[in-house]
Every structure is written in C-alpha cells, then in structure tokens.
Design a protein around this ligand. Structure first.
Ligand SMILES: [Zn+2]
Ligand SMILES: [Zn+2]
Length: 112
C-alpha cells in the first residue's frame, strides 16, 4: 500500500482518527490493552471501539482499566467495617472459650 498522500491533500489533522483505525485500548473482556478498531467517532475522537482479539464492542476507554472486582470488594468491606464500627472478631464468644473462665463444675462433667 503506497504511503504517499494524494496530490493536493494537505495533512493538517494527522492525529484525527478515522473509522477502522486501530488504536490501543483497555479491553474489559481480555482484561488487558489490546488493539481496537474504531467503529464510531465523536468530534474526531474514538467513541466506540471493537476489540481485535475478542470482537467486543464498547465505548473507548482511553486506555483506562476499570477498578478490579478485588478492589471493589475491598472498598466494600472497608465501608461496611466503618458502618458497623465493630470488628467482627471481638465478641463475647471469645471470652467464653477462655479456659480460665470455665467453672470447675463444667470440667468434672467430662466422663472418664
Ligand atoms: Zn475491548
Ligand atoms: Zn477483547
């Protein structure tokens, strides 16, 4: 394919995208940066892209990875912990199983 531009065409906006252009983007399905073909344009910028690996269409993400489920889960746990205000491991059950607190009568109950 000849790279030379047609005569008379002045390439001023070389950075403008065109439909079908292949650009890098983060694919949520592939979970990594992959080649994407532009399928929709918005004012010279990629609006929608199609992954060249899994052929999934989605909005152009500007190569930004979404927060992972692990991170979201962590945030949720932190949020719930703050809401409850009490760590779940600290309860009356912990003192009940302390051998110091077992009355002698309970120990005798053990059958020989
Ligand atoms: Zn993708
Ligand atoms: Zn993909």
């Amino acid at each position: 394919m000849p790279a030379a531009a047609r005569p008379g065409v002045i390439l001023t906006e070389v950075r403008d995208f065109r439909l079908g252009d292949v650009i890098d983007d983060f694919c949520v399905k592939c979970r990594r940066l992959t080649n994407h073909a532009i399928v929709s344009l918005l004012s010279g910028q990629a609006a929608k892209v199609r992954c060249r690996t899994c052929y999934n269409d989605h909005d152009y993400r500007h190569e930004q990875a979404p927060p992972s489920k692990k991170e979201l889960l962590k945030q949720k746990e932190l949020f719930n912990a703050v809401l409850s205000g009490v760590a779940p491991s600290l309860g009356p059950a912990d003192t009940a199983i302390d051998p110091e607190h077992i009355p002698p009568a309970a120990k005798k109950k053990k059958r020989a």
